[in-house]
Design a protein around this ligand. Structure first.
Ligand code: P6P
Length: 345
């Protein structure tokens, strides 16, 4: 029987991969693991302690916040504030970033972005939800407080990213840029234990994941690609929780799409704390992640904290095929006499 390797052991052991690592990132990852255990405890008993139901407030993205979102948000902030390794936090649930000015933290090297409970509309119906996080090294003057520029970095600048999925089991998946590993929470010992070493996404898979209900609102090239997936008899799986949909695709292969719609002309999903961390993970596992303009998600320059983007993410061969569809079906633009380009009807 293989020896149990806990998340803490693994993180410390892998710290050797970074010759100049001084332990701050290791400490930060461990603190996120602690926060995940605390959130997991509440997610698993949400129906018992009456913390379900609509909190009433609205988050920065104008979405109604569930009580468990706030609980998860508060716990993650508390753990990170006390870690001493993080000088700032940007959360889906907070309009602005949070500066951590405590003496131990104000000169800390890292900032953290997170969606504390992605897919929270699933909570009331006991469908899996998740926490998504990304860690950047600050770029502002380390003698002063963190600044907005520390958070508006491209996904390629992430030093670590990961997610926790609270499902039939609780799994933490993360990467520091040298592969992807998964850890399953063993409630009997309260530890995340290495369960999925060096995760690699299949080149292609039998699933496509998109909100079919918006089909008629997608651009023609997206509709054509979705028709193609259906013609291939791919199975449609869509949970309404990005972290859960991407988790399936990471392990079994497939493609997840959230294109632009009339309601979300730029796409719905947030670049900073949903798409970048998950794209970092999927790319590290050998997959691809682009937006519907075919730009690599990790190369996008964020302009504001709660910026949204379209996304197509998953198995490399399937994302490549989707790119071919977009190139083939995007109507060529032409310029009229006044030089204004518009799509051919
Ligand atoms: P729709 C959850 O609110 C979320 O941000 C993602 O986790 C999920 O993929 C998406 O929105 C679901 O959005 O419009 O399909 O309900």
């Amino acid at each position: 029987m293989n020896r149990i390797i806990t998340l803490d052991e693994f993180i410390i052991h892998r710290q050797k991969d970074f010759p100049y690592a001084s332990g701050e990132l290791t400490g930060l990852l461990r603190d996120i693991g602690v926060a995940a255990k605390i959130v997991n405890r509440e997610v698993n008993k949400a129906g018992l302690v009456n913390i379900l139901g609509v909190h009433g407030s609205e988050n920065a993205s104008g979405e109604t916040v569930q009580k468990l979102d706030m609980y998860a948000n508060d716990k993650l902030i508390d753990c990170l504030k006390n870690s001493g390794e993080c000088c700032g936090i940007a959360s889906e649930e907070n309009d602005d970033f949070i500066e951590i000015p405590t003496v131990e933290s104000k000169n800390a090297k890292y900032v953290v972005v997170f969606d504390p409970l992605d897919g929270s509309s699933n909570i009331d119906v006991n469908v899996s939800v998740g926490t998504i996080f990304g860690i950047y090294r600050r770029i502002s003057d380390e003698k002063g407080p963190c600044k907005l520029e520390d958070f508006l970095q491209k996904g390629t600048e992430l030093v670590a990213a990961g997610y926790v999925i609270y499902g039939t089991s609780t799994i933490l998946v993360y990467s520091t840029g040298r592969g992807v590993n998964g850890f399953t929470l063993d409630p009997s010992i309260g530890e995340f234990c290495l369960s999925h070493r060096d995760i690699e996404i299949p080149d292609r898979g039998g699933y496509y994941s998109v909100n079919q209900g918006y089909y008629l609102k997608f651009d023609v090239e997206m509709r054509r690609y979705i028709d193609y997936c259906s013609d291939l008899n791919l199975r449609l799986r869509y949970i309404g929780s990005m972290v859960s949909d991407v988790h399936r695709i990471l392990f079994q292969g497939g493609i997840f799409l959230y294109p632009n719609t009339r309601k979300y002309p730029q796409g719905k999903l947030r670049l900073l704390y949903e798409c970048n961390p998950l794209s970092f993970i999927v790319e590290q596992a050998g997959g691809l992640a682009i937006n519907c303009q075919l730009n690599r998600i990790l190369d996008m320059e964020p302009k504001e904290l709660h910026e949204r983007t379209t996304i197509v993410i998953g198995s490399p061969k399937m994302v490549e095929e989707m790119k071919n569809f977009v190139e083939r079906y995007t109507l060529p633009s032409y310029t009229t006499s006044n030089g204004v380009g518009e799509k051919t009807p």
